[in-house]
Design a binder for this molecule. Structure first.
Ligand SMILES: NC(=O)C1=CN([C@@H]2O[C@H](COP(=O)(O)OP(=O)(O)OC[C@H]3O[C@@H](n4cnc5c(N)ncnc54)[C@H](OP(=O)(O)O)[C@@H]3O)[C@@H](O)[C@H]2O)C=CC1
Ligand SMILES: Nc1c(N[C@@H]2O[C@H](COP(=O)(O)O)[C@@H](O)[C@H]2O)[nH]c(=O)[nH]c1=O
Length: 380
């Protein structure tokens, strides 16, 4: 294990907790936490990344100290990502720290964003600020796995969620699937929706379930942003009366192979964006769709689709992680998680590595990762 996984200063542990809280509302920005500590160890200010276009964590921590009337000159800033050095939607955080007289910066990691990429640290050092990098790096990487995926690979981190029976079924032969898992598991599922930049589904699920696919279950009260909704709909069959149009304001992106102008215009009139990415078989070119979603600043893509689209995504090796909820019930026959086969050899299966399993209410939640898919994290 990386040495940075051990011996976190209390202030860095607190900064990581703040970053965790930022995650729900800050995409497409990375979630960052910052804590300012006086030379005698007192907490002067704390901050976390605000919704896009608003202040970053460092500026929030400086404002917090100012609001309490506390002087920060000579303090140490603990921050979970390199302070930015560029004028993006807001001003450079490293300049704000320098101007406030911060003496030392302890940062978890460098920012792989090419607009920052070490320049924040360089600017701080040039201004005489001591900079230490690495504390909490493992946790900080995991916190922003989607942002780093987009920065390094140009595509989102793709997390496929499935709610199944003990025998791995997601729907009965007649299509019935609501609800296999308990309310607690469904609420937990909404927390994972909330941290994603976008939720992706297939036209089969839209037609069968008429889902909303938004974030609304109760403990999500502090959520100020709805993830975008992405629909893979080869023939532009999304109904104009579907419930998904009623959910809170969000961007709706429909990827299609169809060039039917009348159908496309009707969806545009509903406020959707229609993106045509046909493959040779009259379906959507899924890899190109992920690249396009990367350019649209999608960090984590949360897939809640049926057996067919899940199969297409897995066969194309586009899934990074599976978020699996298993209810303690046997259903015998029906659709599994993904259409992969029929396979003829076990080695043709999609192999994952276990990340964690735990009880959520009456159900079991597991997170598994496709081996090697998080290797890009070693580049950040
Ligand atoms: N328990 C759970 O976690 C969940 C269960 N479900 C259940 O799944 C069922 C629906 O399953 P299913 O019909 O498979 O739904 P999907 O959401 O998988 O959508 C199916 C559609 O996706 C299309 N598709 C697959 N690959 C591509 C591609 N590359 N480009 C374009 N289109 C593609 C298929 O097209 P084509 O027909 O042309 O092959 C098909 O029309 C419902 O009963 C629903 O309740 C859904 C989500 C989660
Ligand atoms: N059946 C099933 C799930 N199904 C997923 O939830 C979608 C409905 O979302 P919404 O309309 O926002 O409530 C549905 O279309 C499918 O993607 N989820 C679960 O956590 N447990 C379950 O047992």
């Amino acid at each position: 294990m990386h040495p940075a996984a051990h011996s976190l200063d209390a202030a860095m542990a607190q900064a990581l907790e703040l970053a965790e809280r930022a995650r729900l509302n800050c995409p497409p920005n990375p979630a960052v936490g910052c804590v300012l500590i006086s030379p005698n160890g007192a907490v002067l200010g704390e901050g976390l990344t605000q919704p896009v276009g608003q202040a970053h964590a460092e500026v929030m921590a400086l404002r917090d100290a100012a609001a309490k009337g506390l002087a920060v000159a000579g303090c140490t800033a603990y921050v979970t990502l390199e302070p930015c050095s560029h004028h993006g939607r807001t001003g450079p955080c490293c300049d704000a720290l320098i101007a406030a007289g911060v003496k030392r910066v302890v940062a978890s990691m460098q920012d792989p964003n090419p607009k920052v990429g070490g320049q924040g640290f360089a600017r701080l050092r040039a201004a005489g600020v001591d900079v230490e990098v690495g504390q909490g790096a493992l946790q900080a990487r995991e916190l922003n796995i989607g942002f780093f995926s987009r920065m390094v690979r140009g595509i989102p981190w793709v997390r496929m969620k499935a709610a199944t029976s003990l025998d791995g079924l997601t729907a009965l032969p007649n299509g019935t699937s609501q609800w296999i898992t308990s309310p607690a598991a469904r609420e937990d599922g909404h927390a994972w929706r909330a941290r994603a930049s976008a939720i992706l589904t297939g036209i089969g699920t839209v037609l069968e379930d008429d889902p909303r696919l938004d974030v609304r279950l109760n403990s999500m009260a502090s959520v100020t942003r709805q993830p975008d909704l992405v629909i893979v709909d080869s023939r532009l069959e999304t109904p104009l009366t579907a419930q998904l149009w009623n959910a809170t304001t969000r961007r709706i992106l429909i990827y299609t192979a169809s060039s039917d102008a009348a159908l496309g215009n009707a969806l545009l009139d509903k406020g959707a964006q229609v993106i045509r990415l046909p493959d040779a078989n009259g379906k959507v070119e899924l890899q190109a769709m992920l690249r396009d979603l990367g350019t649209r600043e999608i960090n984590e893509l949360h897939v809640e689709a049926g057996y067919k689209l899940n199969g297409s995504l897995l066969r194309a090796k586009l899934v990074d992680e599976l978020l699996l909820y298993q209810a303690p019930i046997l259903l015998g026959e029906g659709a599994g998680i993904a259409a992969l086969g029929p396979l003829t050899e076990l080695a043709q299966g999609v192999a994952f590595e276990w990340v964690e399993s735990r009880r959520i209410g009456a159900d079991m939640r597991s997170v598994v990762r496709v081996a090697g898919h998080d290797q890009f994290l070693s580049q950040v």
